[in-house]
Write a protein that binds this ligand. Structure first.
Ligand SMILES: Cc1ncc(COP(=O)(O)O)c(C=O)c1O
Length: 496
């Protein structure tokens, strides 16, 4: 058992002073029913299999929501709790076992519990002085995760809000390392046309013009092509430009593709260019029990984005930036401020001041603490099997689709993502686009599955991103069969 924290001897002196009206009566309203509130939260947020997968507020709901939004006079806690349940009812159940759109978030209730605990402590994870306990956990956990992707002991990192922030920070690291004063307008970054848009957005924020970003066409398998990359870099060097950053992806959002990371890293090393890997979606597979090999190329990166709120079962938000040589983080993000001096004085190697590693100063310790809590409770083996299940689900969907007539698999299952399209021969491509859009709408309206659409090689496709540990392989097979039935019904109505 860990020791009980001791109370400070001055405590009585302080508690005798009355500072503000007490909130005791408001808290008393809930304290007697706290256990049932937690129980209700658990069942409402976790037992969602029979709920509408996507519930969007209608015009009449918006009127009620607006009325509730205005603060007005004080109300009882119980009353406002009921309002909160009514407000949150209008949401996409991102942890619904049959939600497979965007990137689902099959949150573990254990992560939620870890989040509640961390939020209650409201620890400020910025420095040793402010949060020495959680900072040690965050640093150690980050280093452990770094070893899982094959990074050396020089590696470090930090928890951030998500992939967009991690990508932005990695571009800053690459720029500060590779672009000298006066070269800013000649600096060039290389992406593929499958790179997540947050990268181009971050480059824009940082002042890079469109003509400083090469968006190279991906190959047939949606992967950044090393030959095209090499040629583009050489052409730019010849033109007197300054290539400074290559962003590869480990698990593209659209099709789950993993870029050829080793070949890309060879080019980056030859050319002395920072290689960032956006693993916001795919890096979690490094913890999978049997498929970690799929992301073994992460070790070649200089920096990696990794979202635990995507495929590590965390509540929002919980992203990570891992950097092979953490000294670059301090060079780019170190902070100064007269009023920080007491915190600066006590920093040490084991308990760093995270304000020197991040864009943020005020930052919650909860991102690291809930991830730690989840990994500690569930254990790595179980998490590994939960990750494997996503691969299996997408594989099963693909297998069923390939058995059925008139279905095209537009991108094979990769990292739990598969895209496909119903393409009966009697319809034009435009009609097929409309038909597949209608299939998705119909799947949602009937609450069969939250399968949304995307565009793959210019054609509207259905897309499954299957991460839920609570959907069985047979249920996935059944969803595909039902999708086929709906597709045929809709196709008949188009052609008649
Ligand atoms: C590959 C990839 N990178 C980055 C992001 C952005 O991450 P976030 O939404 O956590 O900012 C996403 C989001 O889906 C993504 O799929």
């Amino acid at each position: 058992m860990p020791p009980h924290p001791t109370r400070h001897p001055q405590q009585r002196l302080f508690t005798m002073q009355v500072r503000m009206p007490s909130l005791q009566s408001e808290l008393d309203q809930v304290s007697s029913s706290l256990a049932s509130l937690v129980q209700r939260l658990l069942s409402t947020t976790q037992d969602v299999a029979d709920d509408p997968i996507i519930k969007v507020a209608q015009a009449s709901d918006v009127t009620t929501l607006k009325e509730m939004a205005a603060p007005g006079p004080a109300r009882s806690v119980d009353h406002v709790i009921e309002e909160a349940f009514a407000i949150f009812d209008h949401r996409m159940r991102v942890n619904h076992p049959r939600f497979m759109g965007f990137i689902p978030s099959p949150t573990s209730p254990i992560a939620w519990l870890g989040d509640c605990i961390a939020s209650a402590f409201n620890a400020l994870g910025a420095s040793k002085l402010q949060s020495s306990g959680p900072v040690v956990i965050e640093k150690t956990l980050i280093e452990w995760l770094a070893t899982k992707i094959g990074f050396p002991s020089t590696a470090g990192g930090i928890c951030v809000s998500g992939g967009s922030m991690a990508n932005l920070m990695s571009i800053i690291l690459a720029r500060d390392r590779g672009v000298r004063r006066g070269q800013e307008l000649r600096a060039v970054a290389y992406l593929s046309d499958q790179t997540h848009y947050s990268v181009a957005k971050a480059l824009r924020f940082l002042g890079f013009n469109k003509d400083q970003v090469r968006r190279l066409p991906a190959d047939e398998s949606f992967r950044l092509c090393p030959e095209r990359l090499k040629k583009a870099i050489e052409d730019d060097r010849e033109a007197g430009l300054v290539p400074f950053l290559v962003v590869a992806t480990c698990g593209t959002t659209n099709t789950g593709a993993v870029d050829p990371l080793e070949a890309i890293s060879e080019i980056c090393q030859q050319q002395n260019i920072w290689m960032h890997v956006d693993g916001a979606y795919g890096a979690s597979a490094a913890l999978s029990a049997s498929r970690a090999e799929a992301v073994s190329g992460l070790k070649y990166a200089d920096s990696v984005s990794w979202d635990a709120h995507k495929w590590l079962f965390q509540t929002y938000s919980c992203g990570l930036l891992l950097v092979k040589d953490k000294s670059y983080m301090v060079k780019s993000f170190a902070n100064e401020g007269d009023y920080l001096r007491d915190g600066v004085a006590i920093e040490d190697e084991d308990i760093p001041n995270f304000w020197n590693y991040s864009m943020e100063l005020t930052r919650p310790a909860s991102r690291a603490m809930k991830l730690w809590f989840t990994l500690r409770v569930l254990g790595v083996d179980r998490i590994g099997r939960m990750l494997d299940h996503g691969f299996d689900l997408a594989g099963r969907a693909e297998e069923e689709l390939r058995r059925l007539e008139d279905w095209e698999v537009t991108s094979a299952a990769s990292m739990a993502v598969v895209t496909f399209r119903y393409a009966p021969p009697n319809l034009t491509e435009t009609q097929r686009d409309e038909l597949n859009t209608a299939i998705s709408r119909s799947l949602i309206a009937s609450n069969t599955a939250g399968i949304l659409t995307t565009v793959v090689k210019g054609k509207v496709s259905l897309r499954i991103c299957a991460l839920s540990p609570h959907l069985s392989l047979d249920e996935m097979g059944g969803i595909v069969i039902e999708t086929d039935r709906l597709a045929k019904e809709l196709a008949r109505s188009i052609s008649s």
